[in-house]
Design a protein. Structure first.
Length: 371
């Protein structure tokens, strides 16, 4: 899961030129297509490595936007997404349906060209792509332990209907300016929600998530919140403090995020029961109703602690089962705190005390800084 520097976006020229000085000469000569190809040849090396380290059945997801630029007085679009897609198709990846991430803006200058006059104006460019590729055939889960992890990694039915849509319009872009003046003026950071969704859609707990362009560490944070191991590479050491600072806040942030997911599901269940009828299934860990059999073993593991185990290596400990206090999000039948029976309107929810233990599991997060 990654978002590379975008070729032909001017803010990234410097870092591409650092990798290949011929790009500077090409840009000075106003050769846009050659510059475009030179930049992508740098990214091609990274995609080659991604293919090498991916297991069969593993996914590569790339957040990329196309670029618009005026070269020698000629305004045009440079299609980054199609260049990457075609290269990875030739590389041997299976190309899967992509997601359009609509990054809407209300900026008055978002319309490009001659405004209201025909034949000189250009449509807005307010979307980016989430390109999804798979190495080899579909992943199989044969061992019982792997099947269990897959069941526990399920997502809610109502989340599935949004997350697996081919257009995402509900996630806003993040502020990309970096305070540290020694670093790039901006990063290619995508929002936490975007990385969190993709990681939960394409992997199961305990899997490894790799980000070859770690940047501010959003993929790392989303992996930690999801019970995945993660490895990140970053060549800009000025991002170090920003990335390492994640470890100070991730436990509280992740647990609040998990609790919010549960609350949203409760709201959905409450609405469904009030307006459409009852549920057929019940989650065995939380006791709340779920739409499908596949959600019965779904569990959102809360983070317990993060500790440093080596230089730029951290270990996260998770709770295997929900804490009793997690059930505070529901209203008891009597209106008082009750750890055995909870109610959503007319639906009683029974918690299972035997499952409310303090067992834990762990995942590692490794950050590699290199030029």
């Amino acid at each position: 899961m990654t978002s590379p520097p975008y070729p032909m976006i001017e803010m990234w020229d410097e870092i591409f030129i650092y990798q290949n000085p011929a790009i500077k000469d090409s840009l000075n000569k106003k050769n846009g297509i050659q510059s475009f190809n030179f930049m992508h040849e740098i990214l091609d090396k990274i995609w080659n490595e991604c293919y090498r380290v991916l297991k069969n059945g593993g996914f590569l997801c790339i957040n990329i936007g196309d670029a618009t630029r005026t070269i020698n007085g000629d305004f045009q679009l440079f299609p980054n997404h199609s260049r990457i897609l075609n290269y990875l198709l030739k590389k041997g990846f299976h190309v899967l349906p992509d997601i359009l991430w609509r990054k809407q803006t209300n900026a008055p200058n978002k319309f490009m060209g001659s405004g209201m006059l025909p034949a000189g104006a250009y449509v807005t460019l307010e979307h980016e792509y989430l390109l999804i590729f798979r190495k080899g055939k579909k992943r199989e889960f044969k061992k019982e332990e792997n099947k269990r992890k897959r069941r526990e990694s399920a997502i809610f039915w109502e989340e599935r209907n949004v997350w697996f849509s081919d257009v995402w319009m509900d996630i806003k872009g993040t502020q990309q300016k970096i305070v540290n003046n020694n670093s790039r003026l901006r990063s290619a950071a995508y929002p936490f929600e975007l990385a969190y969704r993709i990681i939960n859609m394409l992997s199961v707990k305990g899997d490894f998530v790799l980000d070859p362009f770690l940047g501010t560490g959003t993929t790392l944070a989303a992996s930690m919140a999801s019970g995945r191991n993660s490895i990140g590479f970053e060549i800009d050491v000025n991002f170090r403090d920003i990335i390492l600072d994640i470890n100070r806040h991730i436990v509280n942030f992740s647990n609040s995020y998990i609790l919010n997911r549960i609350k949203k599901h409760i709201d959905f269940a409450e609405y469904w029961i009030s307006n459409k009828g009852s549920f057929k299934y019940e989650n065995i860990y939380y006791g709340f109703p779920v739409m499908t059999r596949q959600e019965k073993e779904l569990i959102l593991n809360e983070l317990k602690e993060v500790k440093k185990v080596d230089k730029d290596v951290f270990e996260v400990t998770y709770r295997e089962k929900p804490e009793k206090k997690s059930f505070g999000v529901w209203i008891s039948e009597s209106g008082k705190e009750d750890s055995d029976m909870f109610k959503i309107n007319n639906f009683s929810l029974k918690s299972n005390r035997k499952r409310l233990n303090q067992e834990t599991f762990k995942a590692s997060q490794r950050i590699l800084f290199s030029d």
